[in-house]
Design a protein around this ligand. Structure first.
Ligand SMILES: C[S@@+](CC[C@H](N)C(=O)[O-])C[C@H]1O[C@@H](n2cnc3c(N)ncnc32)[C@H](O)[C@@H]1O
Length: 238
């Protein structure tokens, strides 16, 4: 396995069964939909993964662009949403060709840990260019330096207990321990940020930042940041 895009594009076992995958994407879509600023909003979900319930986000927005780097995942997204009038599926490479100031909201959920700090800075600068002044960038599932495998595993077990896939979660943890995930995580690591460090990066990129009261995903130890593009006048005076 070469990199994280190839891993998430493969037949991996991060979701322990279909129910886990479905509940994960349903909860995430509902959480994202609550942040959509208006029914006319143009929204981009960058590194959206399988986005099984992206139609719920599209229902709350004017249009939704799903950007995914993995060709197999992207192919399934195109197939799933081909009849949907509000959803467009593109590769992450094509995001740079979108019009400046054409978006009201961008989601980067559970992706920052797979980008190098330089890739993250370049990606956030691109989002800044694409957002309207006042537009919202939501950076979620940011892994803090002290996050442990044990707390992540316990959170998965709690999720499984609550949502009816506890036994599959136990088996899934064992399977993951012997999978490409661990080989890659050991080889490439995850990029981690402290709260101040992430907030500082987003401020430096021209955003006004607050931390959301709770992470969007089920891992309570991870962080979500709400970053608003500052109008140019405010930014140059700051
Ligand atoms: C854990 S999945 C997150 C999917 C979805 N956003 C979610 O929260 O469920 C990680 C995503 O990051 C994407 N990704 C990883 N490295 C990337 C890179 N260098 N450039 C673009 N996307 C990347 C993968 O393609 C995958 O869709």
């Amino acid at each position: 396995m070469k990199d994280w895009v190839a891993y998430y594009d493969s037949d991996h076992s991060i979701y322990v069964n279909d129910r886990h995958r479905d509940v994960h994407y349903a909860r995430l879509a509902d959480a994202i939909a609550r942040y959509v600023p208006s029914p006319a909003a143009a929204v981009l979900d960058y590194g959206c993964g399988e986005a099984l319930h992206a139609d719920r986000v599209a229902d709350a927005a004017g249009r939704l662009t799903l950007a995914e780097a993995g060709p197999a995942v992207r192919g399934r997204l195109i197939e799933r949403f081909k009849g949907h009038a509000k959803i467009l599926v593109i590769s992450t490479d094509r995001v740079a060709t979108l019009l400046p100031r054409s978006l009201d909201m961008v989601i980067l959920h559970s992706v920052s840990q797979y980008l190098t700090p330089e890739e993250f800075e370049r990606t956030v600068a691109l989002f800044h260019r694409l957002l309207q002044p006042g537009g919202l960038l939501l950076v979620g599932d940011v892994v803090p330096p002290d996050a442990s495998v044990i707390s992540d595993s316990l959170a998965l077990l709690r999720f499984g207990w609550r949502d009816g896939f506890f036994c599959a979660a136990v088996l899934g943890l064992v399977r993951t321990a012997f999978s490409d995930y661990w080989r890659l995580r050991t080889k490439m690591g995850l990029t981690r940020y402290g709260e101040q460090e992430m907030a500082g990066k987003l401020v430096a990129a021209g955003f006004r930042v607050t931390r959301a009261p709770a992470n969007l995903g089920h891992l309570a130890t991870r962080m979500t940041f709400l970053a608003r593009k500052m109008p140019e006048a405010v930014r140059s005076a700051a």
